[in-house]
Write a protein that binds this ligand. Structure first.
Ligand SMILES: Nc1ncnc2c1ncn2[C@@H]1O[C@H](COP(=O)(O)OP(=O)(O)OP(=O)(O)O)[C@@H](O)[C@H]1O
Length: 600
């Protein structure tokens, strides 16, 4: 709320002025009536005699308009800004969550949470400022005026206010589970529609239009039932409101008449009491609903805060320094790591990748290659041991400096729904058009970009869907070439390309690798056979380490993989491997691995 306190205080004052002017109008009317009915023998014209109450009446009406519109103007200035500030703060906080956090939350749900929280912060503040506070002022001023008139009248209205507010609050609280249930069913229906639309190709392919509608209808039925339950409850609340309003009107008139009859109040006070009762009812109408909405907003804010404002998993150490990579030596020193407690991925992994070395990682699916890369990027933190770059533990450097100097081309890169130029420039924001064009040429992306109607200005669609997989990959390669970081990680970066384009890009990639330290995660041995060194992973261990020729000569695990790779692709699992070699699954494979000399 920093920076908004002044605005909020100003609006609070203006709303107080507006509510007080509004509720004082019956008082002025009472004064006018008293003036009209007074038979004091004053011969002056009526207007002259009623000058003061008439001026008060006019001033109150003008004041109400001015206060309320001034408050409206403040809202225009502060409202959107408050929402912007909340969204900004939440998004800035969200950005620094770990990869683990993002893999546990849907992107759409997080975006929705942020906008909903920002909107609910506004609504919560506005409910207090524009609903509860003015109602409080109306109640306080009315009760004071009536107490001044007569204690019985004031006492009656004060008691009514207490009971009305208390019961409205209680009813709203009781209605909350119904309203939450209804909101839940609505969001379920929303989710089902999104799921169905996302899978529209499946729906068409299997001609399941009717089935999908039937499926959705089940959820719509639940929504209808939950809606009816909530509305029935609200209907009961309305009964309470109408009855209470009637009680206030009848009660006030009854007390006022009684007091007038006893000569304890004048006709002006009588008119004022009736006017106040009507205004109170007008202002306090739907108080239960306002409480209910208020609970909903507060609930949304609290949900948003619990989802987004959780402590960050990975934070820069207080003394963290920027990483300076001079050589690009990577070392895993006795690294222990697991995603889930008790399911160890690496148990004391140690390996050194020398500066400028080009290293391929191979192994079955799930053997730990991506985890190895994730630890270098500090997407995850090891539970034990250290990952060092040029002798510095990456836990002690700033994450931004690490990511500025390590590039990754993932297997299935995604792009921003921005122009091709912006996507490539993302690698280095000050890159000029010439840099971008050179990178695009090296990534063999220039041909298809220039063939597009808008060239480099073409938009790529959400996550890059308007491009083919291979085109997307070439843009991702160009983006990394523009970045030109000293450590480069390729996760089968050329897997979506046809063999001719792949060969052409491979040459340029080799050129771009220069003297960088390069790690290539491979599913096809052909992409790494020419590298300086190959690390063979199995269940979180490095079971073989050497170059292609050495590993073939060792006649171990790698050599078997090399001879059995089908269509250039490795078997994906230990089972496939065993099926190929014709041995009992794991026992035989373990024997093969045991023969192979571990590099650790
Ligand atoms: N986010 C995660 N949460 C929990 N376990 C995970 C997560 N990511 C990977 N794992 C587990 O960690 C182990 C190593 O997985 P990793 O992704 O590093 O293997 P990989 O060799 O890269 O496999 P692939 O070739 O299929 O990409 C596997 O057992 C996998 O199930």
């Amino acid at each position: 709320m920093g920076g908004f306190r002044g605005w909020l205080l100003l609006m609070l004052i203006l709303e107080t002025g507006q509510a007080a002017s509004n509720i004082l109008v019956p008082y002025a009317i009472g004064q006018i009536i008293d003036g009209v009915t007074a038979a004091d023998g004053n011969a002056a014209p009526l207007i002259e005699r009623l000058k003061t109450p008439l001026l008060l009446f006019a001033a109150l009406n003008v004041a109400e308009i001015l206060f309320s519109r001034a408050s409206g103007a403040c809202l225009i200035v502060a409202g959107p800004r408050l929402r912007q500030r909340t969204t900004e703060m939440l998004y800035a906080y969200l950005q620094h969550h770990s990869v683990r956090y993002f893999s546990g939350h849907f992107a759409g749900a997080l975006a929705h949470r942020i906008t909903e929280t920002a909107m609910s912060v506004n609504h919560t503040v506005w409910a207090v400022l524009f609903d509860f506070w003015p109602i409080g002022v109306v109640f306080a001023v009315s009760v004071t005026l009536l107490l001044r008139t007569h204690a019985d009248l004031g006492g009656f209205v004060a008691a009514w206010v207490l009971v009305y507010v208390g019961v409205s609050f209680w009813l709203a609280k009781r209605c909350r589970p119904y309203a939450q249930d209804y909101a839940e069913t609505r969001s379920q229906v929303n989710g089902k529609i999104v799921d169905s639309v996302t899978n529209i190709l499946n729906v068409k392919l299997f001609a399941r239009f009717y089935h999908e509608r039937e499926y959705l209808n089940r959820y719509l039925e639940t929504e209808v039932k939950a809606g009816r339950r909530t509305f029935w409850y609200m209907e009961r609340v309305r009964w309470f409101q109408f009855l209470s309003a009637a009680a206030l009107k009848v009660g006030t008139i009854y007390f006022a008449l009684k007091l007038w009859d006893q000569g304890l109040i004048g006709v002006g006070d009588f008119a004022m009491s009736a006017g106040l009762a009507l205004l109170i009812i007008g202002d306090a109408r739907n108080l239960s609903r306002r409480f209910l909405e208020f609970f909903e907003y507060v609930g949304n804010v609290s949900n948003g805060v619990t989802t987004i404002v959780k402590p960050h998993d990975i934070v820069d150490a207080p003394e963290a320094q920027p990483l300076r990579i001079s050589r690009g030596r990577i070392e895993f020193r006795d690294v222990r790591f697991s995603y889930v407690p008790g399911q160890c991925v690496f148990d004391g992994l140690s390996v050194v990748i020398e500066p400028g070395q080009r290293v391929g990682l191979v192994g079955f699916s799930g053997s730990g290659k991506s985890s190895f890369v994730g630890l270098i990027l500090r997407y995850y933190e090891p539970q034990g041991g250290q990952v060092l770059i040029d002798g510095t533990d990456i836990a002690h450097v700033t994450q931004d400096s690490l990511h500025e100097q390590v590039s990754l081309i993932p297997q299935d890169p995604t792009l921003f729904h921005r122009s091709l130029k912006e996507n490539i420039r993302y690698g280095r924001l000050d890159a000029d058009h010439a840099d971008i064009a050179v990178a695009a040429r090296m990534a063999r992306a220039d041909e298809f970009i220039e063939g597009m109607k808008d060239g480099y200005e073409s938009l790529v669609g959400e996550r890059g869907v308007k491009l083919s997989g291979g085109q997307r990959q070439r843009i991702a390669i160009a983006r990394v070439m523009v970045k030109d970081a000293p450590i480069l990680i390729l996760d089968e970066a050329t897997s979506s390309l046809d063999s001719i384009t792949e060969k052409a890009i491979q040459e340029n990639l080799d050129l771009a690798m220069g003297r960088k330290t390069v790690i290539v995660v491979a599913h096809r041995l052909s992409t790494i056979a020419h590298l300086d060194r190959i690390l063979v992973f199995d269940r979180g261990r490095i079971v073989e380490d050497g170059n292609h020729e050495e590993l073939l000569a060792a006649k171990g695990f790698y050599q078997k993989l090399w001879t059995m790779q089908a269509g250039g692709f490795l078997p994906d699992t230990r089972q496939e491997f065993s099926a190929y070699t014709g041995h009992t699954p794991d026992a035989q494979l373990d024997a093969t691995l045991a023969e192979a000399s571990p590099a650790e």
